[in-house]
Write a protein that binds this ligand. Sequence first.
Ligand code: HEC
Length: 170
Amino acid sequence: MAYESANSSGFSDKWWVPVLGVLMMVICFGPVSQAKAAETGKEIFEDQCTACHTIGKGKLVGPDLAGVTARREKSWLVRQIKDPERLIEEKDPIALQLLREADDVPMSSLDLSDAEVAAVIGYLKSVEKLAVVTTGIPSQYMPTVLISLIVLIGLTLIGLKAGNKNVDVR
Ligand code: HEC
């Protein structure tokens, strides 16, 4: 039914081909760009942070950063990474507590740009999400899974329609 009315109004049967194309691009390139950001974040982390921090391998000069994006506010994290000395000057209670736990050795300000700070936080998040694998699908992949499901359902419906049409012809 829907086919006939679509055809008479000048629409092609194949309207879903470009739609599928766009969906495929979203599916293929969405996670790639995220992974790229995590990649530079990883480089920054390995260059500038591993001297004092591990992720899940215990305390060095600074605290173990495993789970840090979950236990702190995003805005606090940005400030801590961008300008930790300032937080201590402002007597931020968390920063002072961390400073005590680090035997009064403060984290030095590293002069990272906003983009670099965001990339490092993205990396910290991506590492945490990988740790989630045992409990379920990391939320990073949820959009991909959902879109794939929708595409599958759509293809099934189109298949059913095409099947019905053939039956009608015979
Ligand atoms: C010279 C050693 C040193 C370097 C290099 C360093 N940190 Fe730190 N970091 C610390 C210390 C010490 C603390 C805790 C005391 C404080 O806040 O000053 C800390 C605290 C933190 C915290 C808060 C942890 C928590 O439990 O809330 C984060 C997040 C953090 N650092 C991220 C980074 C990132 C990201 C980098 C690299 C861009 C980095 N640090 C580089 C020493 C360092």
